[in-house]
Design a protein around this ligand. Structure first.
Ligand SMILES: C[S@@+](CC[C@H](N)C(=O)[O-])C[C@H]1O[C@@H](n2cnc3c(N)ncnc32)[C@H](O)[C@@H]1O
Length: 169
């Protein structure tokens, strides 16, 4: 499915989403404050968001089950190459604290029960979660687990649209 030519056109469609996401997170992520934030990215893939945004976070930990999908690797990112479902069984990982949770086009691929448990147990200050538009109902439901003061819900992207939820306190 992921032939280079498809991957190339997909990257362009992804970048349109990233541009919209960055516009909507301007007040949360800017060059002055991101250095303070540690990020957990579930289903990070090739980390295009971090190349595109040029935001320098203090730490980015990217989770992805597919080693081939994360290449080429960005050196500032630490990768955990295992499935989300296996990772959440790891008690020491579950104790680790992150400021930000980012997941773009991946939450819909995870075990939904495990994802619910994870969001109930683990708290972040900022959540940036996007799924393909057809999965918007799922993301609306799952994001209700998050206790948050502020919530932005928006459709992003052009050629391929996503439903985006940003939560922050
Ligand atoms: C559609 S890609 C999105 C990649 C990236 N977030 C982006 O913005 O381009 C989905 C990614 O989720 C990963 N993935 C799928 N199921 C997963 C799971 N159960 N645990 C961890 N990663 C998973 C895939 O390997 C793939 O890299």
């Amino acid at each position: 499915m992921f032939f280079p030519i498809i991957y190339k056109s997909w990257k362009k469609a992804q970048e349109e989403k990233y541009r919209d996401i960055l516009n909507l997170t301007k007040s949360l992520f800017n060059k002055n404050n991101t250095r303070r934030f540690s990020v957990l990215d579930i289903g990070i893939g090739k980390a295009w968001f971090y190349y595109f945004s040029k935001l320098g976070f203090r730490e980015v930990v990217g989770v992805d089950l597919n080693e081939k999908r994360v290449r080429p690797r960005k050196k500032e990112i630490s990768y955990i190459l295992k499935s989300f479902e296996n990772l959440v069984k790891d008690k020491s990982f579950m104790r680790k604290k992150f400021d930000v949770l980012i997941s773009i086009d991946a939450l819909n691929l995870l075990d939904r029960r495990k994802l619910r448990e994870f969001l109930e147990k683990k708290r972040f200050f900022i959540y940036v979660l996007a799924v393909p538009l057809r999965e918007r109902q799922f993301l609306k439901e799952i994001s209700n687990i998050i206790e948050t003061k502020n919530k932005i819900e928006k459709t992003v992207g052009e050629k391929e649209k996503d439903f985006l939820v940003i939560c922050y306190n």
